[in-house]
Design a protein around this ligand. Structure first.
Ligand SMILES: Cc1cc2nc3c(=O)[nH]c(=O)nc-3n(C[C@H](O)[C@H](O)[C@H](O)COP(=O)(O)OP(=O)(O)OC[C@H]3O[C@@H](n4cnc5c(N)ncnc54)[C@H](O)[C@@H]3O)c2cc1C
Length: 424
């Protein structure tokens, strides 16, 4: 309990909340970070952290700490397996734009929280906020966690995909629509040879399964169910186990006799919410739907959105304006930074679900080309290059040609033969 209101209270100390706290505290803003958990705390995740997120980790000093302690692994080999089982694997050591790294969330999230504390943020753990309310007269928010009360002039909600608090205020609507599983596979018990592979299983598209290796040889196996395909969230358990039991390439990659923990799962709110601000209030991270509708990844957007929220609040304190109209600048900022891509990503995911042959064609064309082609494609997927880079002739021409060939071979040619046979 505090008598003087904080400048900012942040509910949720995941990558979004803790990063926002770090950026604010660095600018001498009085910030309070509340979380219902006690750190270190686990978070079900695929543990893949792409370069866009690594930049924030580096600024906070967290990346250097994790590298020094041997807690993360840069995935320098891997790729994807297409619906027809074509393996498209590459060595990405030479990619100038960098590669994803894998790190357990129980480690990374605690390190970010500690960085925020070191920067000056106050942390209160085991504070499950069940209610937030705004007092017009004093212009402050109160966050209630059981019998405890925390007050602040502005409130940032970073409470994850369910977004319970923003939903209770009527700002965010509806439940999250995507879901993902996670199981760790014991190091030394499997035959997996690369660092990270996505398995584009036909029945799962536009979702997919992924494996990322940790520095201790443990593997993280995840199955994403993303709307737009045949699989629905209630299929999660069946899809997770079916893939392990029946996907021939995955079985070969893992070998037999590996030890895997029971499946866990958690929700994903995709594509960005239409409104992420109100008077004296911002919503960030999964709570604001800052997850890519194509890949299901969100750590980088949690951090980028957190930085944009901090910038907006610092400006709000400078000019003394906390009204909804002023804070709407935050929505524009995150939309410009990454949200504008969500619509296209959703369309791409629907296209993939409808025409799995396109993923086969991608694998074939990437296998025929050099590393440069693979890197150019990977950079777009990691958000290092804009989607418009797909229109560059070097990518567009071979990809279009391969797509036509594959659609013809898998879809139209058998149909033509069937029609011809039925007419004969
Ligand atoms: C299975 C799975 C796999 C994924 N794989 C990847 C991946 O490989 N790469 C990637 O980039 N993204 C991945 N994501 C998405 C990624 O995990 C999220 O985008 C990221 O965690 C968002 O961070 P956040 O801080 O917004 O939310 P969270 O990390 O969920 O943190 C929310 C925090 O709020 C706290 N909290 C919640 N309610 C309250 C409350 N009432 N009071 C106080 N505290 C509260 C929680 O304890 C938690 O610490 C995956 C997600 C799932 C579910």
């Amino acid at each position: 309990m505090t008598s003087t209101p904080y400048d900012v209270a942040i509910v949720g100390a995941g990558p979004a909340g803790a990063t926002c706290a770090w950026y604010l505290a660095k600018q001498d803003v009085r910030v309070l970070l509340l979380d219902k958990a006690k750190f270190p705390r686990d978070k079900f995740c695929g543990d893949a952290v792409i370069p866009r997120a690594q930049r924030h980790l580096e600024r906070m000093g967290v990346l250097q700490q994790m590298i020094e302690a041997g807690e993360c692994l840069f995935t320098t080999s891997g790729g994807f397996v297409s619906p027809s089982g074509i393996e498209c694997l590459s060595d990405s050591t030479e990619n100038p734009k960098g590669t994803p790294l894998s790190v357990k969330r129980i480690i990374m999230d605690e390190r970010i929280v500690r960085a925020a504390q070191l920067a000056g943020a106050d942390l209160v753990e085991e504070a499950a906020v069940d209610k937030v309310r705004f007092d017009d007269r004093s212009g402050t928010w109160t966050a209630e966690a059981g019998s405890r009360r925390f007050t602040a002039r502005t409130l940032v909600l970073a409470d994850g995909a369910h977004s319970k608090l923003a939903r209770s205020l009527g700002i965010v609507q509806g439940s999250p629509s995507a879901i993902c599983s996670r199981s760790f596979i014991e190091g030394g018990t499997h035959a997996f040879e690369t660092d990270g592979i996505c398995y584009m299983e036909r029945a799962l598209l536009p979702g997919y399964a992924a494996i990322f290796r940790h520095p201790n040889d443990e593997l993280n196996f995840c199955t994403y169910i993303i709307p737009g395909g045949k699989a629905v969230p209630s299929d999660l358990k069946a899809m997770h186990h079916d893939l392990l039991d029946k996907n021939a390439v995955l079985r070969r990659h893992l070998g037999s006799g590996y030890e895997i923990e029971p499946m866990k799962g958690a929700w994903l709110r995709l594509g960005g919410v239409p409104k992420s601000y109100a008077d004296h209030l911002l919503i960030i991270g999964d709570a604001a739907g800052h997850i890519d509708p194509l890949t299901g990844e969100g750590i980088q957007f949690a951090m980028e959105g957190a930085e944009k929220a901090a910038e907006t609040l610092i400006e709000a304190f400078r000019v003394g304006r906390f009204d909804e109209q002023f804070l709407s600048a935050y929505q524009d900022k995150w939309h410009k930074e990454f949200g504008h891509k969500f619509g296209l990503a959703e369309k791409a995911s629907q296209l993939m679900a409808r025409y799995p042959e396109l993923v086969d064609s991608m694998a074939k064309v990437a296998n025929e080309r050099d590393d440069e082609f693979f890197f150019a494609w990977a950079d777009i997927m990691m958000g290092e290059a804009p989607w418009s880079a797909f229109l560059r002739p070097k990518l567009a021409i071979p990809m279009a040609a391969a797509a036509i060939r594959e659609l013809w071979a898998q879809r139209f040619s058998p149909l033509r033969r069937r029609i011809a046979a039925s007419g004969a």
